[in-house]
Design a protein around this ligand. Structure first.
Ligand SMILES: [Zn+2]
Length: 231
């Protein structure tokens, strides 16, 4: 902490070995604090993964310091990655919050939306957290209907990516428009439109799975569907 030019009094203990500092504290050159989201397009994938894992771990440690059942201060488990309550024995494991992300197609067009929190910054695929009792496919259908008012079909798995902001796992799918016209939920989105591959707006940086979904769609519509070998 001192090496970063910070007052140790500003850092609070996560456990016996680790400390964290509030983000708003300034560090002195040559060190500098960066928002990991802004580094997503700069760091390579393996470094982003390591830093993301550290961020997720810090989030877990800072939010698991007391037992949620009885309020006693927790302790780090000796051999497994959990915080344990010495009073009632509750184990608190790192929380991983699954969220779907989907590129919805209508013919050769794709649905991209601008988030209400960053209006006009860039357009991306729709995303939302899984709710209690839902399959991921049900989450997807519900989120698309809630955010843009359309019904989708043919939900198909694409891939996944840990997303440490602060503790998500993004599970990506493609889907096809079935019915309805876009009606934007103004709480979640500032805009949503159908885009052609040759008239894309600003899109997310390369490391994100949102970008991989968009790039795969662009490749498919510009190069044509891969032909299956005849049998
Ligand atoms: Zn307890």
């Amino acid at each position: 902490v001192r090496a970063l030019g910070l007052d140790p009094a500003d850092a609070y203990a996560l456990d016996g070995e680790h400390r964290t500092i509030p983000f708003e504290k300034r560090v002195e050159p040559p060190y500098e604090l960066f928002n990991l989201r802004l580094l997503a397009g700069v760091l390579d994938a393996s470094l982003f993964g390591i830093v993301g894992r550290a961020m997720h771990t810090c989030d877990w440690l800072t939010t698991s310091r007391f037992c949620g059942r009885c309020g006693t201060q927790t302790k780090r488990h000796d051999s497994e990655r959990s915080m344990v309550c010495p009073s009632c024995g509750l184990h608190v494991y790192p929380r991983i919050s699954p969220a779907i992300i989907t590129l919805v197609r209508r013919g050769d067009l794709a649905l991209l939306a601008s988030n209400a929190k960053f209006p006009g910054a860039f357009y991306s695929t729709l995303a939302g957290f899984a709710d209690i009792g839902e399959s991921l496919e049900e989450t997807l259908v519900r989120e698309v209907r809630e955010e843009v008012g359309i019904v989708v079909r043919n939900v198909s798995y694409f891939g996944s990516q840990p997303w440490p902001f602060p503790n998500s796992l993004m599970i990506a799918f493609t889907a096809e428009w079935e019915s309805g016209e876009i009606v934007v939920d103004p709480v979640e989105l500032s805009d949503a439109k159908w885009f052609a591959a040759d008239e894309l707006p600003m899109i997310p940086p390369p490391l994100s799975i949102a970008r991989r979904l968009i790039d795969a769609w662009v490749t498919e519509v510009t190069e044509g569907r891969p032909t299956l070998p005849r049998t």
